[in-house]
Design a protein around this ligand. Sequence first.
Ligand SMILES: [Zn+2]
Length: 374
Amino acid sequence: MTATNNMVYANKVNGKQVIEQIVEHLSFLVTQDSCNPPRLLSLDDALFIETQQFFQNQGFAVSLTDHDKGRISLFAQRGKPDILFNVHLDTVPITGQWQYPPLQCSVVEDKAYGRGVCDIKGAVACLMALAESTDHDMAVLFTTDEEGTDSCCVSEFIASNDLSSYQQVVVAEPTDCLARLSHRGYVSAQGQFHGENGHSSSVNALKGNAIHQANQWMAQAINLAEKACNESNPAGVCFNLGHIKGGEKNNMIASDCALGFSLRVPPGLKSEQVYKQFTALAKGEHIDWQHSMMAPALPEQAHMLKPALAFCKKHQLAQGDAVNFWTEAALFAQAGIPALVLGPGNIAQAHSIDEWVTLNQLQSCHDIYLGLIR
Ligand SMILES: [Zn+2]
């Protein structure tokens, strides 16, 4: 079933066209400032009070969880659905000069403008319209810490709930309404090499110099990264040394050298394992490794692709290529729940000035989600 064929599902609710209903919800959502940073959100914000009330009115059981620091999850469920929809409510900050007021949803011709319409409040509005216009079983999880690469809300939700009743998680991000089943994981890490300082004439200089030590590790790491490249995956694990700093003066043995690197781990490999392979090339007391981000690939275990593919086939979902951005779908798949990414809009408009999404994409997304829940 293509997005266009799905249009036949379009119906009228309370005398309103579905798209009017979606835009109405989107207008409310866009006026609720959920920029992250600063993520100054709290349970008594209208965003949560009104959204909770809305879902309760549609027969959902709703729970709100405050994970502190503006990280709030809203989980709403009606009946016993086998699909969980996950969407983040937070947006990136408003920067630059906008032609349209960023905290208002402006509909001009075939597009809706405003911060978050594309990434990804449009999907929330589609789900709200569905909750209202149907009585199908449904489950939604809205979170507020996706844009800060925090992912506490989703991680905590996975850790504290039995999700075995869900056959599939649909994570909404702008994918042009195509189901995306895979993307790379991401690792960001720092290494600190400690040498022995002293005069450069010392016999210690060659082995005790922290820059020399870092250099040896770098050579081996680049070698390992090259081995991971092949014809089907020419970028390999996307090893990248981002910065290096160390030493004081040409005639002093460098006592410290700090560097940072990142990896983009392809599906089927575990980020943690690839990170360990790289850091194991230099270990001992003279080196400290730390990672500031350890995000799994979607999926990190190849067998998790099968149920997602079967789900696409069953629901005749049009599939797109792997996405180039990281999503929280990877966290669900890592926990053993098949997950895919599917939402309205194109990533090119996400995070942009005068962010927009087409009304057609919103309608298509609504109709595809409807096809999934009925
Ligand atoms: Zn997003």
